[in-house]
Design a protein. Structure first.
Length: 458
């Protein structure tokens, strides 16, 4: 028998089979490895190469792995997104340059490609569960380093990214003053960006809470809640309010799924446990972070939510709708904003001069106008709908709780589009990988359930 792909090779190995290891696991682990590599000054010089490698890996798997299982419901809208990008590349007169425009298209394809290549993987419910534990472990580790960086300034501090070192402020604007008067960078975790631990903290919180709900082992529950507390502490100390709001939104929607499915015991544990966790960790964060942390977080409640958003990021959305949409209804041209422009752009032509996008909606508008916005929103809608249906499917048993986790995560990701371009980053690739893996694993779970039901009837 000929082994056609390395996925087959992994599955033919008894060791990997016992570990439920797939290319999805390898992808997540390699993404984390690329992130770690950037912390070494010797490799930091090749930052552009390492960053490109993160996305190139996804493209490689797209070419190498052949789809076998059913298409995810978001596949057709995703193809629509890629079609819009191809039209923009071929027809838009204001693309920055051929190289920059091609790089922009490649980035969209790389970010969306997990929805295609994950179909090749035979992800069982157990394999998906191990993927969730892997992500939880990685982000908990990064969050732990974030805590150590606050308690032991300088000792666990990775080098600051060259991009921040070379900007106007040199990273000085990302310092915080602790309660003891000492100034430190916002917790970086295992990244080279101050505040980077906030993202890891969000994962540690969300995954830790769901694993604690799913398993009754008291030791595991204590570890999970400790992980969630450490993650939330990093979010508080990073002073990135949008991630704190994201965490709260995700918890609310997780509770909504439990209520919808009638899991009242878990809902009670979630509500009481998370409320206590937020309060206790807030006290811990203020004791360490001092007045600067208190003032920053208190500003969330200084006015109504819409007023707070308008004062901070809301004007970017308002400008996108009122000024940029009439100007660029069919897109502004590819390669004109962000790191793609910085790495590959040719800005000598004033007609295709660089643009600035702070939020995802502006980025979509620049890259493909209203057609791209409609197509991408449709893809995200079907991803959320699919996760919701899995979350409320009682036939899936306890596996449905993973659907609740991904659904809550999806809603949080949607919320973050109003804050920064998440779907033009590694976070976007993780979004599509998690949703595709959940869909494949749920399909395998359904097959198992149906076979069991037929056996019982016989």
């Amino acid at each position: 028998m000929i082994i056609k792909t390395r996925q087959d090779l992994l599955e033919s190995s008894s060791i990997w089979a016992k570990l439920n290891w797939t290319w999805a696991h390898s992808f997540i682990l390699l993404q984390f490895t690329f992130q770690i590599l950037l912390l070494f000054p010797q490799i930091g010089v090749f930052r552009v190469v390492v960053r490109i490698a993160s996305f190139a890996l996804s493209l490689f798997l797209l070419v190498w792995l052949r789809p076998e299982s059913l298409k995810h419901p978001a596949t057709n809208p995703a193809i629509g997104v890629l079609a819009v990008m191809l039209l923009e590349f071929c027809l838009h007169p204001y693309n920055n340059s051929i190289v920059a425009a091609a790089a922009q298209c490649a980035m969209y394809l790389a970010i969306l490609s997990p929805i295609f290549w994950v179909r090749n993987l035979k992800i069982t419910p157990n394999a998906f569960e191990s993927l969730m534990f892997l992500m939880w472990g990685i982000h908990t580790l990064s969050s732990c380093f974030g805590v150590l960086q606050v308690y032991y300034p300088g000792q666990f501090q990775p080098p600051l990214s060259t991009f921040l070192k070379n900007n106007t402020f040199g990273g000085e604007n990302l310092l915080i003053t602790l309660a003891n008067g000492e100034q430190v960078y916002r917790p970086m975790g295992l990244t080279d960006t101050p505040g980077g631990a906030a993202t890891a903290g969000f994962y540690a919180l969300l995954f830790g809470v769901v694993i604690a709900l799913k398993y009754k082992n008291p030791i595991l529950r204590i570890i999970c809640m400790g992980s969630a507390a450490i993650g939330l502490f990093c979010i508080y100390l990073s002073q990135i309010r949008s991630v704190l709001v994201l965490a709260a939104i995700s918890m609310v929607f997780l509770a909504a799924v439990l209520m919808r499915t009638g899991q009242l015991a878990r809902l009670t544990v979630l509500t009481s446990g998370v409320t206590a966790l937020f309060a206790a960790t807030f006290t811990w964060a203020i004791a360490i972070g001092g007045q600067s942390t208190l003032q920053r977080l208190s500003s969330l409640f200084a006015a109504s939510p819409d007023e707070v958003y308008q004062q901070n990021r809301g004007h970017f959305l308002q400008d996108t709708i009122q000024q940029l949409l009439p100007q660029y209804p069919w897109g502004a041209g590819l390669g004109r904003w962000g790191m793609i422009n910085s790495y590959f752009g040719d800005n000598t032509d004033l007609v295709s001069r660089p643009l600035w996008a702070e939020i995802q909606w502006t980025a979509w508008l620049f890259d493909g106008g209203m057609p791209l916005i409609i197509a991408y929103v449709a893809a995200i809608y079907f991803a959320c709908l699919t996760a919701w249906k899995i979350a409320i499917n009682r036939k899936l048993g306890d596996f449905a709780l993973w659907g609740s986790l991904i659904f809550a995560y999806n809603i949080g990701a949607v919320a973050i589009t109003f804050n920064y371009p998440i779907f033009m980053s590694q976070g976007g690739m993780e979004f599509w990988l998690l949703n595709a893996a959940l869909f494949v694993a749920a399909g395998n779970s359904k097959i198992a359930v149906n076979k069991l039901s037929k056996t019982v009837r016989l």
